[in-house]
Design a protein around this ligand. Structure first.
Ligand code: WA2
Length: 283
């Protein structure tokens, strides 16, 4: 190939990759906005109403009917803050016990977490975050304490002190073992001022809404909507730690020749993501 043809190929790949990255980012952003609106809906109709206007059946039906608004998510779930002193009363009212994610034991995370640093430990001591509502596809997480899962716990702690939507790294979900990423928004008592400090936010948090992004399936669906005469290989990575990129989407099949990298912005400044594109065939 002459250098002009190589240059042309490079440009084609770059524009195809950028287009796909932009599409993914836009769909992510749309999903994220609707999750935030769902957090406000819960605050309004569950926490600010006595009695609550939402139960699991209502929540599941509403989540299902509005699923088209969150195109990259395969489900949503809502966990509430329960203090140890409230546990018995809470369990009696729900009719089930709070469960740990990593075992069948009932003991709380803060009693066993030997490897947790003391500061972190005291911050989450004596509280739980059991899921009370979930879209039907994730009904199996109801009653599980989300503070007992490493990724879920980190997300909850970060979401409630920042007041922003926060993302996990890709990890294997409970039961399905599929690769997922969770976006969490904290729900606060309604009197929280918008300029609240992190300490005030932690205090005022009452629940945590999570959107479950099934990256493997949903990115695939998204990319297939774009047909093209050139087929390209797309990989998406979490590059938060640049020395250890975590694959979020795509096989490890390596294409020939040039690779174009488009950066992705999923709104959480702590996480970094990239899309890598290659041509399938050399011609
Ligand atoms: N939801 C579904 N499957 C999971 C999971 C999860 N977390 N964690 C591991 N497998 C209630 O961010 C708050 C949902 C967590 C939200």
């Amino acid at each position: 190939m002459n250098s002009q043809a190589v240059e042309k190929r490079r440009e084609t790949l770059a524009s195809m990759c950028d287009e796909r990255a932009r599409m993914l980012q836009d769909q992510f952003n749309v999903s994220m906005n609707h999750l935030q609106a769902l957090a406000i809906l819960i605050s309004t109709f569950h926490h600010a109403k006595e009695p609550s206007a939402i139960d699991q059946i209502t929540f599941a039906r509403y989540a299902e009917r509005t699923a088209f608004e969150r195109p990259l998510t395969s489900g949503v779930a809502y966990a509430v803050k329960v203090l140890h002193s409230e546990r018995e009363q809470f369990e009696k009212q729900q009719g089930w016990r709070i469960k740990r994610m990593d075992s069948t034991e009932q003991s709380p995370a803060w009693e066993e977490d030997a490897d947790l640093v003391n500061e972190e430990k005291s911050r989450v001591q004596g509280e739980y975050a059991p899921v009370i509502f979930a879209q039907d596809t994730y009904k199996h997480v109801i009653s599980f304490d989300m503070l007992t899962g490493k990724e879920d716990r980190e997300n909850i702690l970060r979401a409630r002190e920042s007041g922003k939507g926060v993302l996990t790294a890709p990890f294997r979900l409970l039961k399905s073992k599929r690769l997922g990423v969770i976006l969490t928004y904290a729900v606060y008592k309604s009197d929280l001022p918008s300029n609240a400090t992190p300490a005030e936010r932690i205090q005022a948090a009452i629940g945590y809404l999570g959107g479950i992004f099934d990256v493997e399936a949903l990115v695939d669906k998204l990319l297939h909507q774009l047909s093209s005469k050139h087929s390209i290989i797309v990989n998406v990575y979490d590059t938060t730690n640049p020395d250890e990129p975590v694959s979020m989407y795509g096989s490890n099949m390596t294409g020939t020749g040039i690779c174009h990298i488009s950066t992705l912005n999923f709104g959480d400044p702590v996480r970094k993501h990239e899309m890598h594109c290659r041509f399938k065939q050399k011609s």
